[in-house]
Design a binder for this molecule. Structure first.
Ligand code: SPV
Ligand code: MN
Length: 623
């Protein structure tokens, strides 16, 4: 190893040697020499090594202790509060092409740029070398992952969110088959935040299954295992015949708790994915990223590649999210990020108690009415402030979380933030119809990415930010996957919309109402309810929803409301189809199934418009 041995202790060196993996050695050597850290620390799965990282985050002031035992807070810089889509690019080798929706840069040019930014980026800092397992260990789903970072916050977060994997690397027997991530927060300012935000870059190198990330700290940009690994895994899955999705996994229970059916669901960031996975009465396997593979009987199974939640904290309160709220307010190891801190206690918007009018937040010293440089009032906590916890800390964690075989997938939900087009829930007619509905997903933007909020954007499978292959290849992989199932109807695909508004601009539904839609969907899979066939798919019958609202919430559900929210808005749907068609217009080699489904849906809508001579058709018309 050609490395300055004064920065690597014999003990740490031996931890690397024990892996007997030439590629690991080469990577550590390369990036130690490039980034020039003052010290290299190799972290195994041992409790002492794990504790070292936790302690280092405090010593380096990347995290500060809060009053409650185990709780810490981390602040990202004012301009580093969400994923940076603009500066996240796929390194594109000469001659390769990608969709216009996917940011890319010539591979050689990009490598030169980002490795240039990484040169000497760890001067005076400690380079941490960490090993993880994406997915349960000892499983055909497992992908080993190596993280190099100079941020103890990044390494600590990953410890809460992922399964430790030094042991997995030991079992690799020297194989070079793993993902790796090199991150540096870069030069830091007096608050410990990345200084050169204009040089923030996240570059994805599919040729080498690696991602470089520099001059940032926000987890969605910095943590290799999270959205950076998601991108590498999508590429791997699409060409190997399985799926990597931006999906939660949950066990949906029927009301008398005699049955559990596993649902997966894709929602754009900030659109109810975690809260759907956390519906009371159900169990959670994961809230963000799933790998889905067929077993030997051609039945799809899914695993959560994570073991924790990096969740949006806004509006987490004892009424809407009692189980998460309890975790956030009791002693345990966990990290708050970008909340307001006053007297050692964390506060956030929508927590259900009064927030103090001063404290420390992501902008530093904060007081009520304080304005930013553009004269805009600074909120006490950022809209994308988050908590990082382990799933096992939740009472409703599913017992199959670490099962190496995953859980059987029986349903998928696609849902976006849609104020005026689709109904609260419908069931698609087939796998292909469902894939089309996923591909046609649109959503109004939220605080989870930098940029304006509330703009309608096309977001296929809620995965667009992470798709690094031509969209046509990605969709083909979906259509193909369903064809292999042992039975064509093994998986049912549903669409939800929690954000539909009435004529006065008010949400039709309460947040908690999603339990009714999910309970209905679970029943549909087991043949419990009849449904109404409409041009967009099967919708629930009023009588069934009335009973469910009564049983679950002892709430009256009026026929009048049902007729309004489940009306088929023909014109709005046709407009949506036009937008989606246009969005895919420039894609080459689109799968025929996509156009078959698009045309069939459009024709069904037009036929209904003709038959009922109306633009908005209430559900009773279709009965
Ligand atoms: C998301 O934005 O989809 C998240 C949080 O899950 S992040 O880590 O920023 O991706
Ligand atoms: Mn996500």
């Amino acid at each position: 190893m050609k490395i300055d041995r004064s920065i690597l202790s014999e003990e740490d060196y031996q931890k690397l040697v024990a892996l007997n993996n030439p590629k690991v050695m080469e990577i550590v050597e390369t990036y130690a020499n490039l980034c020039e850290p003052a010290k290299i620390k190799v972290i195994t799965d041992s409790p002492e090594d794990i504790a070292y990282v936790r302690q280092l985050a405090l010593e380096q002031k990347e995290e500060r202790p809060l009053a409650m035992e185990g709780h810490t807070v981390h602040f990202d810089g004012p301009k580093d509060q969400a994923r940076d889509k603009k500066n996240t690019r796929v390194l594109l080798p000469k001659g390769k092409k990608l969709s216009k929706h996917i940011n890319s840069i010539d591979r050689e040019e990009g490598l030169k740029e980002i490795l240039g930014y990484m040169k000497g980026a760890m001067k005076g800092k400690i380079m941490l070398v960490r090993f993880f397992s994406l997915g349960p260990k000892n499983s055909r789903f497992t992908i080993p992952a190596l993280q190099i970072t100079d941020s103890a916050y990044v390494a600590h977060s990953e410890d809460l969110l992922y399964r430790q994997g030094y042991e997995v690397f030991q079992k690799l027997n020297g194989s070079p088959e793993f993902f790796y991530f090199v991150h540096s927060a870069g030069e830091l300012d007096e608050n410990g935040n990345s200084k050169n935000i204009d040089k923030r870059r996240i570059y994805i190198d599919l040729e080498e299954n690696r991602v470089f990330s520099v001059n940032n700290q926000y987890a969605g940009n910095s943590l290799g295992l999270k959205k950076l690994a998601l991108r590498l895994a999508i590429n791997k899955a699409v060409y190997e015949g399985w799926l990597t999705e931006h999906m939660f996994i949950a066990g949906v229970h029927n009301l008398d708790k005699t049955r559990k059916t596993y649902f997966l669901g894709a929602f754009p960031s900030g659109c109810g994915k975690t809260s759907t996975a956390m519906i009371p009465g159900n169990t959670i396997v994961g809230d963000d990223i799933a790998y889905i593979r067929l077993n030997e009987k051609n039945e799809p199974h899914a695993v959560n590649i994570e073991r924790g939640i990096f969740g949006i904290i806004k509006d987490v309160n004892p009424v809407d999210d009692p189980l998460i709220f309890k975790v956030l307010t009791t002693p345990r190891e966990m990290i708050f990020s970008n909340v307001l801190v006053h007297d050692g206690k964390p506060y956030w918007t929508g927590m259900g108690i009064e927030i103090p009018d001063r404290g420390i937040n992501f902008q530093g010293e904060w007081y009520k009415g304080k304005k930013d440089e553009n004269g805009k009032e600074i909120p006490p906590s950022h809209g994308n402030a988050r908590y990082t916890i382990r799933l096992e800390d939740l009472e409703n964690v599913d017992p199959m979380l670490h099962d190496p075989n995953g859980v059987p997938m029986r349903a998928i939900i696609y849902g976006g933030r849609d104020s005026d087009t689709s109904v609260p829930i419908f069931q698609t007619f087939s796998w292909n119809h469902g894939v089309f509905i996923g591909a046609a997903l649109e959503s109004e933007t939220t605080a989870a990415t930098l940029g304006q909020e509330g703009v309608r954007k096309h977001n296929p499978m809620a995965n667009l930010d992470f798709i690094v292959v031509p969209l046509s290849d990605y969709l083909k992989a979906h259509f193909k996957f369903g064809k292999k199932f042992s039975k064509p109807d093994l998986v049912q695909i549903f669409s939800t919309n929690y954000f539909l508004k009435d004529e006065n601009g008010k949400f039709f539904d309460d947040k908690v109402d999603k339990k009714v839609w999910l309970t209905w969907a679970e029943g549909r899979i087991h043949g419990e309810y009849d449904a109404i066939e409409t041009p967009i798919g099967y919708i629930p019958k009023y009588e069934d929803l009335k009973v469910l609202f009564d049983k679950i919430f002892q709430k009256e559900y009026s026929k009048e409301k049902y007729e309004k929210e489940f009306a088929i808005r023909i014109t709005k749907w046709l407009e949506k189809l036009n937008r989606v068609e246009k969005s895919f217009e420039s894609e080459e080699n689109m799968p025929q199934e996509f156009y078959d489904e698009l045309n069939a849906l459009r024709n069904r809508l037009l036929a209904a418009k003709e038959k009922y001579q109306a633009e908005i058709i209430p559900p009773s018309s279709f009965e």
